[in-house]
Write a new protein. Structure first.
Length: 141
């Protein structure tokens, strides 16, 4: 299978762009675009360590869950806290899951990460973002 199978190709030059469209007649760079007609859905799980452990997470967990649920809409489907892993009182790792409508896995991961970051806007320093882990797979697998 070729590396570009399932992708559409179109050629766009600087002068070939008219209101966000490209014409095939203009010389320029070849751009590969995923077709969004596929309507693919991806199951995404993100796990991130909460700074301050269980004592810091407990009082803000409800607000975070509501903020995450408010991100539903468009490409983000049913975002929710899926689990909490505790080790002692100084460690908690929160796992969120959601379904993302995207043409490819990179778009799915980007959409899920943005939904998570938007949900943490009130408390961005409360999360150890360097510890984040993600799992992305086609929905139903």
């Amino acid at each position: 299978m070729s590396p570009t199978a399932g992708w559409e190709s179109t050629t766009c030059g600087r002068s070939g762009r008219v209101a966000g469209t490209c014409t095939a007649a203009v010389a320029g760079n070849t751009v590969f675009m995923a077709t969004t007609r596929s309507g693919r859905r991806w199951a995404v799980r993100l796990s991130v360590t909460r700074r301050g452990g269980w004592h810091a997470w407990g009082p803000v967990s409800g607000d975070f869950e509501r903020s995450l649920a408010a991100r539903a809409g468009g490409a983000v489907i049913l975002p929710r806290v899926d689990g909490e892993t505790r080790r002692g009182r100084d460690y908690v790792r929160v796992t969120v899951s959601m379904t993302i409508a995207s043409a490819d896995v990179a778009g799915a991961l980007t959409g899920a990460w943005q939904a998570f970051r938007d949900a943490t806007r009130n408390d961005p320093r409360g999360w150890d973002l360097a510890s984040a882990a993600a799992e992305v797979r086609p929905e139903g697998q």
